[in-house]
Design a protein around this ligand. Structure first.
Ligand code: HPA
Length: 274
């Protein structure tokens, strides 16, 4: 694992010595945010050794290095998922690489199904906590003690100070921001209505197929994690219509202006604290 990360970092370092502070992962349909970045360098995942490349619709495949305001960021346009057949190790490789490049914050985003009565398609929700549901933990296996402890605490997996920064940025910009607990399942089938009732019963508000494994690996490495979900649809059995990835991506595109405004304002505010 360590060699794999180092090999990827070595290739990136031949192209750029850029040191990001914030690592940003863009979810389905949210790739437009990349337009907000003053780009310094772009590196296609295809040019990196043993780097997992997404097959999912709505996901490009490159690292973008540059600035949001004055904050140096590395942005992943495109990420891989467990449902594509990738291992948890593959799925968390990009987060490990961005950490190795210097990123202190992992800002995750995703398009997801919504369960909370206050949600509608297009709601932006700050993730306050997560539930790992029938997915393997990315830390299973030998622990790298230099990277993090064997049993990492997850009490504040989503950094309270970063949550506060994002809430305040939303307030300042006049962007409605809900919140919730994110539940990751493997996918790729959307949930059944019965599964959604189970998720509700165990305390979930937001359901999706990403994020939790990356958050766990990042917390383990000592990164500060935050996440904004775009509720692209009400969850199965709550939604009056069947779910489709086309609708998920379309909702991402429709919400892109508000999402972009929120993420930009949040990162700029984070820059002052990093
Ligand atoms: N369920 C799981 N993942 C999703 C959904 C959903 O309803 N919408 C977007 N990603």
């Amino acid at each position: 694992m360590k060699d794999r990360i180092q090999n990827i970092v070595d290739v990136i370092r031949k192209k750029t010595d850029f040191v990001p502070k914030v690592a940003l992962t863009l979810g389905s349909g949210l790739g437009n945010f990349a337009q907000e970045i003053r780009v310094v360098e772009e590196i296609s995942y295809h040019d990196l050794p043993d780097f997992p490349v997404s097959t999912a619709p709505g996901h490009a495949g490159k690292f973008i290095f540059g600035y949001v305001g004055s904050v140096p960021v590395v942005c992943m346009a495109g990420r891989v998922h467990l449902y594509e057949g990738y291992s948890t190790e593959d799925v968390v490789t990009p987060a490990r690489v961005m950490h190795a490049l210097g990123a202190k914050v992992l800002f995750l985003s995703n398009a997801a199904g919504g369960l909370k009565p206050s949600y509608h398609a297009g709601t932006l929700a700050l993730v306050t906590d997560h539930i790992s549901c029938f997915i393997p933990n990315p830390l299973i296996g030998p622990n790298d003690d230099e990277e993090g402890v064997r049993f990492p605490d997850m009490t504040h997996a989503y950094d309270p100070e970063l949550q506060d920064i994002i809430r305040k940025a939303a307030d300042r910009e006049g962007i409605p921001l809900d919140s919730g607990v994110y539940v990751q399942l493997t996918g790729p089938s959307f949930e059944t209505p019965a599964e959604i009732r189970m998720i509700r019963a165990i305390g979930g508000d937001i359901v999706g197929m990403s994020t939790v494994v990356e958050a766990i690996a990042a917390v383990h490495m000592g990164m500060r994690v935050c996440c904004v979900s775009l509720i692209s649809n009400l969850a199965a059995g709550i939604s009056p219509v069947p779910l489709s990835s086309e609708d998920v991506n379309a909702a991402g595109e429709a919400a892109a202006p508000l999402f972009t405004k929120l993420v930009k304002a949040s990162i700029e505010a984070m820059g002052e604290t990093l």
